[in-house]
Design a protein around this ligand. Structure first.
Ligand code: 6R9
Length: 629
């Protein structure tokens, strides 16, 4: 399954397009199947349904853990780098990780968790987060990890959407010099979650927490009593593996569902190839497991390949802006995978921070989450990669499960700020507004994919119609990514950003409608409109236009109150960077907000607002401009 030259890439690509079933069956057969599959693919993008390897049975943890016990039992699987640089790093070998996953699987079983049950995981970046994820997969429970920065309200919305019966959390979390409550936030969330029967709490900060009799259990006590043997549950390839909530253009985040077989095959294949992982290499993905990048390239992809995966609890700027570089030295990291926002932020601290740092172990660099600007790309290449590490700019999405358009490290000729070429199995197509294919090179359009790959989204939990309308109805017969894209003269792809109402704030997806709903919950707010605007470090920032019932007496305090409301409803990551109070919003006669105009104002481009003649009241625009300056 390993591509080792450009010619082989082209060969593999051609095979994956001409004989997709044969191509993926060969790769899938490299894994351990409990019952081999005989059918490879069944699909329709018109009445959306995709099934890969559907009559096969397997368990992803048997492939990610048990399989390696025969060959590399004592090699590190996860290297945990704690928040405090002075604290000891903890290594879990494949044997140890296997035993702990089995134990925790038995803990879950003892609490009555069965195949198909949903489990909410709300934890900081500690090894037990990966253990909890894998234990669910082992017994066939569907994990729903909620990023540790989300609010109680966001947790309860997610729990109630998929009716989780158990929540796994910690007493608290440490990030940099901050102590963050976790159990307390879960307790708040559970006030409105009657479906939850049990909460398992791992100790991290020794913060005092409430423990309800009959509901709350300590992880340590339960694990101590559990057996280290637990056979992996046989799963059909198309049984759900996990749900991960992500923002779209409408208000409510949707639960993206991935299934066992295709996700396993695709994440393993892309990890091995794109990063050109060699046995013994140390791989460091800085993403939180609460996002898809952490699921696919911190946990599953690396472990399926028997890799060594670094799990970092802290933040890049604690105790100083050299932390990533110290971790690279400490653990002799060979492959480093991070987000442009982190690169831009660290660039801002100046090159002095890099003095004396030993980055010589690095061989491959990766970027993910948002377009990487050329300046950041060059800095990353020169200062971190010392000019000799390829950068793989990986474009993909929660819905795609794995990397889609990306260079293959050291093999695909690079172009700064380009995701370059589609990986084998990925058939991109650019279309215009009417869904007509834009052929040839040197063109721009909306990015769609015309053929299924093994880890494509299967459904949005509990609402298949929503999945169909969101992804498969904008353009008939195509999966629509929501991204704009350019294909240059050489056929290289460059993702230009979202073309829908989704913002990308520091690589985090946040819907404009979601933030508007949160702002509108603030007392006295009549209406709001939110747009993204270019931000030096975050890539995009959040700009909110807000109409209040009464002229506010203290604008500054009201702004802060609104931020507090947004943090409470969604989480601190969704707090607007700018709030402008307005008396009206630019609306068409049919009542639609013209966001195009608001975006231009947020960008400071007052002179190029375009046609405003269809507005109900064009004078609104003048007063917004006056207030923005
Ligand atoms: C993996 C992940 C998906 C959206 C996607 C796009 C943006 C991700 C990118 C990129 C340009 C890249 N995006 N990678 N844009 N270049 N290399 O981030 O998933 O959180 O679902 O976000 O992120 O806009 O549509 P997710």
């Amino acid at each position: 399954m390993r591509i080792t030259s450009l010619a082989q890439y082209h060969e593999a690509y051609a095979e994956s397009v001409n004989h997709p079933e044969r191509f993926w069956a060969n790769i899938a057969n490299e894994f351990d199947w409990i019952k081999p599959f005989t059918k490879v693919l069944d699909w329709s993008f018109d009445d959306y349904s995709v099934k890969w390897f559907e009559d096969g049975q397997m368990n992803i943890t048997a492939n990610a853990l048990d399989r390696h016990l025969k060959t590399i039992p004592d090699q590190a699987a996860i290297v945990y780098e704690p928040n405090e640089p002075g604290d000891e790093a903890i290594t879990l070998t494949y044997r140890q990780l296997h035993a702990r996953v089995c134990k925790f699987s038995n803990v879950l079983k003892a609490q009555g968790v069965k195949k198909g049950d949903r489990v909410c995981i709300y934890m900081p970046m500690i090894p037990e987060l990966a253990i909890a994820v894998l234990a669910c997969a082992r017994i066939g429970a569907i994990h729903s990890v909620v990023f540790g920065g989300f609010s109680a309200q966001s947790i309860s919305d997610r729990i109630n959407d998929s009716l989780c019966k158990i929540v796994i959390t910690t007493d608290g979390a440490v990030r940099g010099n901050k102590n963050i409550p976790m159990k307390e936030t879960v307790d708040d969330a559970l006030l409105s979650c009657p479906c939850v029967e049990t909460v398992i709490v791992k100790t991290r900060t020794k913060t005092p927490v409430a423990m309800l009799k009959g509901r709350d259990l300590w992880w340590e006590e339960e694990e101590a009593q559990a057996s280290a043997e637990c056979a992996p549950e046989p799963m059909n390839a198309e049984d759900p593996l996990f749900i991960l909530y992500t923002s779209g253009s409408t208000g409510k985040p949707k639960g993206v569902v991935h299934t066992c077989g295709g996700y396993m095959v695709y994440t393993a294949y892309t990890f091995a190839n794109v990063f050109q992982y060699n046995p013994g290499d140390v791989f460091f993905c800085t993403a939180d497991i609460g996002w898809i990048t952490g699921h696919s390239y911190l946990v599953y992809g690396p472990l399926l390949n028997g890799a060594i995966s670094v799990l970092f609890e802290g933040i890049p700027t604690y105790p100083d802006a050299g932390r990533f570089w110290d971790i690279i030295k400490r653990h002799q990291v060979n492959i480093f995978y991070t987000a442009p926002t982190a690169i831009r932020s660290l660039m801002g601290f100046g090159d002095e921070v890099l003095e004396g740092k030993d980055l010589s172990s690095l061989r491959v660099l990766g970027s993910v989450g948002e377009p990487i600007n050329e300046e950041a790309w060059q800095w990353y290449h020169e200062k971190i990669g010392q000019g000799n590490c390829p950068i793989v700019d990986t474009w993909w999405q929660t819905e795609t499960g794995g990397l889609m358009i990306s260079p293959i490290a050291g093999i695909t000729p690079l172009k700064p700020a380009f995701a370059t070429l589609p990986l084998p199995g990925v058939q991109p197509i650019l279309v215009d507004e009417n869904g007509k294919e834009i052929e040839g090179n040197g063109v721009n359009g909306n990015l769609c994919i015309k053929y299924p790959w093994p880890s494509i989204i299967r459904t949005t939990y509990g609402d298949h119609e929503r999945c169909k309308t969101t992804y498969f109805s904008t353009y008939k017969g195509l999966y629509f990514t929501g991204d704009g894209c350019m294909r240059d003269e050489d056929g290289y792809y460059r993702i230009t950003g979202r073309v829908d109402d989704v913002m990308n704030i520091s690589g985090h997806r946040i819907g404009t409608a979601e933030v508007e709903n949160a702002i509108n919950m603030h007392t006295g707010v009549i209406e709001s409109a939110v747009v993204g605007f270019p931000h030096d470090v975050k890539g995009q920032g959040i700009y909110a236009y807000v109409i209040c019932e009464h002229p506010t007496i203290n604008d500054d305090l009201t702004r802060k109150d609104i931020l507090a409301t947004v943090a409470r409803v969604i989480g601190p990551i969704a707090k607007p960077d700018k709030i402008q109070f307005v008396t009206g919003l630019p609306k068409t006669r049919s009542g639609k907000i013209m966001r195009r105009i608001l975006r231009k104002v947020a960008e400071g481009e007052f002179g190029s607002l375009g046609d405003t003649s269809t507005l109900l009241d064009p004078s609104v625009v003048d007063s917004i401009i006056a207030g923005a300056q």
